[in-house]
Design a protein around this ligand. Structure first.
Ligand SMILES: Nc1ncnc2c1ncn2[C@@H]1O[C@H](COP(=O)(O)OP(=O)(O)O)[C@@H](O)[C@H]1O
Ligand SMILES: CC(C)(COP(=O)(O)O)[C@@H](O)C(=O)NCCC(=O)O
Ligand SMILES: [K+]
Length: 244
């Protein structure tokens, strides 16, 4: 059984193929503004998938366009998952489980499927989310903070004369020019905030949590940590793949 799995986030749409519950290779990603490269890659697949499943916390427009393309080309209706109170071996901590981003639930499902529990899961996307799950799959709760691009956009909205900075180049801690000062704040600042939050979660847990990073900025942020973490870039899609 070949599944096409789709994750529509607030910045990008990611997709991957899965065979019998396991993803194949690494996810492909496109921005929401242009879905054509995505359709080109799907049209070039050797065979149509048997099933299409998705998660969307981002653009409703992207979801409608994707639904349309898949119906037109493969005669399939994608199934868009919602967060349940209990599902994929995870019991959600939220009083109203429907409030919890479905990507956050699926990242926890993916962590369980890949045998990382108990874990502190950090998803570095448009928003950065942190969720703690114990060895029994019980979500202990979590928190949300702005992602790297959102931090830049937020500061630019109140201080428009500051430059937009490139975060890809390795940035020193203490700096001597505006570009590096901003880059250091975003990168070292975010990494140290996350490290402090992870340490706080570890101190509050009776179990030995594995810090597990995922999302588009995970590898970049992990370079600025003084802590060993596991990197699993496609954890949300891995979780989606593992749901029977
Ligand atoms: N090729 C890329 N295009 C856009 N963003 C990228 C790219 N590579 C890494 N990123 C980073 O990934 C982040 C989005 O991560 P992702 O996990 O896809 O977020 P979301 O699930 O919110 O869409 C962006 O904020 C950006 O900093
Ligand atoms: C927190 C999020 C915006 C993260 O989305 P992303 O950065 O992956 O685009 C998303 O999981 C969401 O919309 N959650 C709903 C609120 C909550 O989880 O409490
Ligand atoms: K995400």
């Amino acid at each position: 059984m070949t599944d096409l799995l789709i994750d529509v986030g607030n910045s990008r749409t990611k997709w991957i193929l899965a065979e019998d519950g396991h993803v194949r290779g690494a996810a492909r990603a496109v921005g929401h503004d242009d879905l054509v490269p995505l359709y080109d890659e799907w049209a070039a697949l050797r065979a149509a998938p048997q099933r299409v499943r998705g998660v969307s916390v981002g653009g409703g427009e992207a979801v409608a366009a994707i639904d349309q393309w898949i119906t037109d080309h493969w005669g399939l209706a994608p199934q868009w998952l919602q967060t349940p109170a209990l599902g994929g071996g995870i019991r959600v901590a939220y009083a109203d489980p429907g409030q919890l981003g479905t990507d956050r639930w699926l990242a926890m499902v993916g962590a369980r499927a890949a045998d990382y529990l108990p874990a502190c899961i950090v998803d570095c996307g448009s928003a950065i989310t942190l969720d703690v799950v114990d060895s029994q799959g019980r979500h202990q709760g979590g928190l949300i903070l702005p992602g790297l691009s959102a931090q830049q956009a937020g500061l630019a909205s109140v201080a428009p004369r500051l430059p937009t900075v490139d975060l890809a180049t390795k940035t020193p801690f203490l700096t001597n020019n505006t570009h590096d000062a901003l880059a250091s704040g975003y990168l070292h600042g975010t990494a140290m905030a996350l490290q402090g939050l992870i340490r706080r979660a570890m101190a509050a847990s009776t179990e030995r949590l594995t810090p597990l990073f995922t999302g588009g900025d995970a590898t970049l942020i992990a370079r600025y940590l003084d802590m060993d973490v596991r990197l699993r870039p496609d954890l949300v899609l891995e979780g989606l793949a593992s749901i029977p």
